[in-house]
Design a protein around this ligand. Structure first.
Ligand code: HEC
Ligand code: HEC
Ligand code: HEC
Ligand code: HEC
Ligand code: HEC
Length: 340
């Protein structure tokens, strides 16, 4: 069997769900987020309240009822001052979970590389996608520093300080009723509670554009056994037998990357490995850039590669609604690292 195809099948573990209008590979032409130009037009813009009208039993449709609206996109993840000191990530403004929360990939019979818990550039993503931390759980709210109302602080590592998050609305801003700060939802949305985005985003609610986008595939949970390994060491030798390509730029203590345009910078569309002290490792941001990556290359105004991928893994002409998107070829992302 074609090995590339085998690899693509493996990618399905936990990440591939076919439901509603979303393609299994993440391409979603019906999305309200245009995925072009900037992060403002992506699903990572948490200031949006797309809700409009809809029908559903016992569910108010205003998304503002589920997360604080800080009115600024970057704030949900970054802060210029008072960043989270507990994590090696750029000016990180969010509560993160301790890495011990996660069940790591466990196929030791096939894995030749050392596994460890998720590193900083995975913990950042998991601080929303594992479903344990509120979407709006920032350390610094915009405007008046830590807290507009009193001297309380949010938790840097652990779970959200809900009383702290309640202060935003108490200060006269847009936010949910006291105590309600939604998490994304648990693994694949199974067992979603009332205070989660999954409450509505499971695909059973009818919105203005028809069935509401199911986001179950985005709910990674804390069990990472069904996801591509993160916190896994990249090989140091690159003989053909090693099965891996060699990154052409290596910056020990920082990162290594596949410098496809030879400019000696880690561009957004270049796959990278992070060294947070244990050597070069694969993390979530090795494959994804949470700000969106123009599929036609850096600086161009084409549609972003689906699923915030750094390299478009083969979504192009064969898909509906494909205008403005450029594929890098089937499994192009996977084949950047794996020689198959
Ligand atoms: C080795 C590359 C790689 C790594 C590492 C990786 N992903 Fe992905 N991810 C993908 C690809 C490719 C897709 C597109 C859908 C697919 O093929 O399964 C995807 C899809 C997703 C999706 C959307 C689900 C969908 O089907 O569109 C989310 C959310 C996601 N990844 C989050 C994460 C998080 C969080 C981490 C770290 C814990 C992570 N990814 C690590 C490659 C990766
Ligand atoms: C009360 C129900 C409800 C809850 C809870 C909810 N949403 Fe929504 N969401 C909606 C509706 C309705 C739409 C618009 C769908 C449409 O236009 O058909 C929407 C759309 C979206 C979209 C755009 C989807 C697309 O088309 O690409 C995103 C992103 C989103 N919501 C994020 C969130 C986040 C993050 C949370 C949790 C903080 C959340 N939602 C909680 C009802 C809800
Ligand atoms: C959903 C979370 C999220 C949002 C929202 C977000 N970022 Fe980021 N940002 C990240 C993560 C995670 C990293 C680290 C990724 C990496 O190491 O490549 C990062 C890295 C960065 C970096 C340094 C590395 C790079 O890619 O250049 C800059 C600068 C940055 N972000 C700016 C911004 C700005 C400006 C905004 C608002 C317009 C923003 N970000 C919104 C998550 C986010
Ligand atoms: C502030 C919370 C937050 C952080 C931090 C965050 N995400 Fe997301 N992400 C979301 C939400 C919310 C959605 C949309 C799903 C929803 O609304 O339920 C989403 C959607 C996605 C999707 C699907 C996009 C699409 O258009 O299909 C991918 C892939 C993804 N995130 C990957 C990542 C990765 C990788 C990181 C870290 C580099 C990350 N996210 C960090 C909240 C976050
Ligand atoms: C950033 C580099 C990188 C990218 C991109 C990447 N991988 Fe991996 N992958 C690795 C590393 C490193 C391992 C750990 C390998 C080992 O120890 O045997 C791994 C492990 C795997 C495994 C498990 C192997 C085992 O022995 O259990 C599979 C399957 C896999 N990758 C498939 C994929 C697919 C499919 C894609 C594209 C969606 C992909 N990889 C993209 C680096 C990468």
């Amino acid at each position: 069997m074609d090995i590339t195809k085998t690899i693509r099948l493996f990618a399905g573990f936990g990440m591939l769900i076919l439901a509603g209008g979303v393609y299994a590979d993440g391409w979603d032409p019906a999305s309200s987020a245009g995925a072009i130009g900037s992060i403002a037009n992506t699903r990572h813009n948490m200031t949006m309240d797309y809700a409009g009208t809809g029908t559903g039993t016992g569910i108010g449709f205003n998304m503002d009822g589920y997360r604080n609206d800080y009115g600024a996109i970057c704030v949900y993840c970054h802060t210029p001052h008072g960043a989270n000191q507990q994590i090696q990530a750029p000016l990180w403004n969010r509560t993160v979970a301790p890495d011990s929360v996660y069940t790591i990939y466990d196929k030791p019979t096939t894995l030749m590389r050392t596994m460890s818990t998720p590193g900083p550039t995975s913990l950042t993503c998991l601080s929303c996608h594992d479903g344990t931390i509120a979407i709006d759980s920032v350390l610094n709210m915009p405007g008046s520093g830590r807290n507009p109302m009193d001297n309380s602080e949010n938790t840097s590592v652990g779970t959200s300080n809900i009383n702290f998050l309640d202060q935003w609305r108490a200060g006269g801003n847009i936010g949910p009723p006291p105590g309600v700060h939604a998490t994304l939802g648990p693994d694949l949305g199974v067992g979603a509670g009332p205070n989660s985005c999954a409450r509505c985003h499971l695909g059973s609610i009818i919105g203005t554009k028809g069935e509401l986008e199911p986001f179950t595939a985005f709910m990674i949970g804390t069990d990472l056994r069904n996801d591509h390994p993160v916190g896994v060491l990249y090989p140091e030798t690159y003989t053909p037998a090693a099965d891996f390509n060699e990154p052409n730029v290596k910056l020990p203590g920082n990162m290594a990357f596949f410098d496809t345009n030879g400019n000696n910078r880690a561009d957004t569309d270049e796959v990278r490995l992070y060294d947070s002290g244990e050597g070069y490792e694969v993390e979530c941001a090795s494959c994804h850039d949470p700000h969106g990556v123009p599929s036609g290359g850096s600086g161009t105004n084409t549609r972003f590669s689906p699923s915030f991928l750094r390299v478009n893994n083969g979504i192009g002409a064969s898909h509906d609604g494909n205008s403005g998107i450029t594929s890098n070829g089937p499994s192009a992302l996977c084949l950047t690292c794996h020689t198959k």
